[in-house]
Design a protein around this ligand. Structure first.
Ligand code: NDP
Length: 333
């Protein structure tokens, strides 16, 4: 095995990314040096935030380079090791390249145990999206028992965990998602009290008021845009909004016309705060422990949408913008 396939960013997308924005190349695998490991990719995470890295715009992570491999969270098996901390047969998690096989510096890789949880879970509930849900809600949302928590993007990887943690902490939890099937899932599997399908609801402002009769105390925002504008009409005094994501805006080609949030925030002494999970790296180990405990105690559950095959990674990524996933979207190689 001395050559590997790679998926590169071919063009910076304008608007919605398309398959033509990616290309596949084959290249030699370099010799392994001291401190490096040879890895075979097993599960590849596709995430909405990768869209931001495809544009040449400043953000909290550097943009991808055109003509170079895309990088995301990957679970891989160690095939060969020249690092004392890793042995052949270990499974690791890390920010790795979209390659079938790759040589990686061992620093920055973390061993994951397939006997403790299915490998794909380390990309979702026990990985970046689980930590985003837990730390975003607790650090920024500061939820209190009895309050009402509203979650957008509720049936996705982050949202489905946010809602469950809200229930563990004793909140009333309402979720917003894009299909009736997802709304059913929120209530049947993820313990949400109420769900709203934003695609079939004509007046979101009224629907939120109906589902949250005591108003919204904590809004965990994964989507931004019109849905979040409708939420503003329903926020309570001293409410908190966690600006975790804004997927409805990621493919914009022009600045949107939106309502002004300031009067809403002033009237309700309400706060909004952006959240980036990587800023809380010191809290990740304790966060993973808490998520693992809740999972083992049966208080948390999760759903994954697993696609198969290296060739299907770009399509799996594109499908996030069509709402084709329930829970975490991963690709199994
Ligand atoms: P999801 O698993 O939620 O997948 C994306 C979902 O977004 C889709 O299934 C779809 O669900 C929904 N969606 C797509 N387009 C739109 C739209 N135009 N309007 C409303 N909803 C839409 O992804 P993640 O859980 O991984 O991420 C959720 C959000 O959190 C994203 O915005 C992401 O960028 C952000 N994020 C932020 C992090 C941080 O540190 N700040 C870390 C991780 C994620 P539906 O069918 O309901 O429309």
């Amino acid at each position: 095995m001395n050559a590997t396939r790679t998926i590169n960013l071919k063009n910076r997308p304008t608007g919605k990314p398309e398959l033509k924005d990616f290309d596949f190349t084959t290249s030699e695998i370099p010799e392994l040096k001291e401190g490096e490991v040879l890895l075979k990719s097993e599960y590849v995470s596709v995430d909405p935030y990768l869209r931001g890295r495809m544009s040449d715009a400043p953000s909290y992570i550097a943009p991808f380079e055109v003509g170079k491999a895309i990088e995301s969270g990957i679970i891989a098996e160690v095939i060969e090791s020249k690092d004392d901390n890793f042995s052949k047969g270990d499974h690791v998690s890390g920010a790795l390249l979209w390659k079938e096989t790759q040589v990686a510096n061992a620093k920055g890789l973390m061993k994951v145990d397939p006997d403790k949880a299915p490998l794909s879970a380390y990309l979702g509930i026990l990985g970046m999206t689980g930590l985003t849900a837990y730390l975003g809600l607790t650090e920024i949302g500061k939820p209190k028992e009895g309050e009402t928590l509203l979650v957008s993007g509720a049936a996705g990887a982050v949202g489905s965990v946010v809602g469950q943690i809200g229930k563990i902490l004793g909140l009333k939890v309402v979720g917003i998602a894009g299909t009736d099937e997802k709304v059913d899932l929120l209530k049947s599997k993820f313990s949400f009290d109420e769900g709203i399908n934003y695609n079939t609801t004509e007046n979101m402002r009224e629907a939120i008021a109906k589902a949250c009769p005591d108003g919204v105390d904590v809004y965990f925002d994964n989507v931004g845009g019109e849905i979040s504008e409708a939420v503003l009409f329903n926020i309570n005094k001293f409410s908190r909004t966690i600006n975790c994501g804004a997927i409805s805006q990621y493919n914009n080609t022009e600045l949107p016309k939106s309502i002004s949030v300031q009067p809403f925030l002033v009237k309700k002494s309400s706060s909004m705060q952006g959240f980036v999970v990587f800023d809380y790296a010191d809290k990740h180990p304790a966060g993973v422990k808490q998520l693992t405990d809740w999972l083992n105690e049966g208080k948390l559950t999760y759903t994954e949408t697993i696609r198969e095959g290296f060739d299907n990674i770009p399509q799996a990524f594109l499908d996030l913008f069509e709402g084709k996933n329930k829970g975490k979207m991963v690709v199994k190689l």
